[in-house]
Design a protein around this ligand. Structure first.
Ligand SMILES: [Zn+2]
Length: 172
């Protein structure tokens, strides 16, 4: 069985030796969560992806399972099992369903806050780029007493809503 090692920086090696596998693990930068992953995969699509935070995801037959809190040394042991094609031994681990553990309520709330803040910043940038409203050319919205902007039949908030498909969070 042929196997291959890859990482989040786009580096890879065919049939890596034990020391090459170890080098891929040791090269993971704990400060780089975006690229901080390395995975071993075989020709049949079985893969073990290790994230620098300690999550190990086992993909087999379109099914993803994970272990969390895995050390690099432990990840190396499990990679060795996969490289030997010993899927039976891998299956004896206490895999949990899914790619990684579900987020806690706090983690979900933090993620939602970050998403909302990013959307608001993007909305503000879009709104500020719309330019001034022309007092002489009213907004087309029947209930609106604002002027339209140069590139639209609408005022800034109504143009925003028509383009972004949701109410505008700003009025000036
Ligand atoms: Zn309007």
């Amino acid at each position: 069985m042929r196997f291959r090692i890859s990482n989040g920086n786009g580096e890879s090696a065919q049939s890596p030796s034990l020391s090459e596998m170890r080098a891929f693990l040791e090269a993971l930068d704990p400060a780089d969560e975006e690229h901080g992953a390395a995975w071993l995969s075989d020709d049949e699509g079985n893969a073990l992806e290790y994230e620098v935070g300690g999550n190990l995801c086992f993909s087999r037959d379109d099914d993803d399972r994970h272990l969390s809190g895995v050390s690099r040394e432990r990840a190396l042991e499990l990679w060795l099992l996969l490289s030997r094609g010993d899927l039976e031994a891998l299956e004896r681990e206490a895999w949990q369903p899914g790619v990684r553990p579900p987020l806690s309520a706090e983690e979900r709330a933090a993620r939602d806050r970050a998403t909302a803040a990013a959307q608001l910043a993007s909305d503000r940038e879009f709104y500020d780029a719309l330019g001034p409203e022309r007092a002489a050319i009213p907004c087309r919205d029947a209930d609106c007493d604002r002027g339209s902007i140069a590139l639209s039949i609408f005022c800034r908030p109504h143009h925003f809503a028509s383009i972004r498909g949701r109410p505008c969070p700003f009025d000036h």
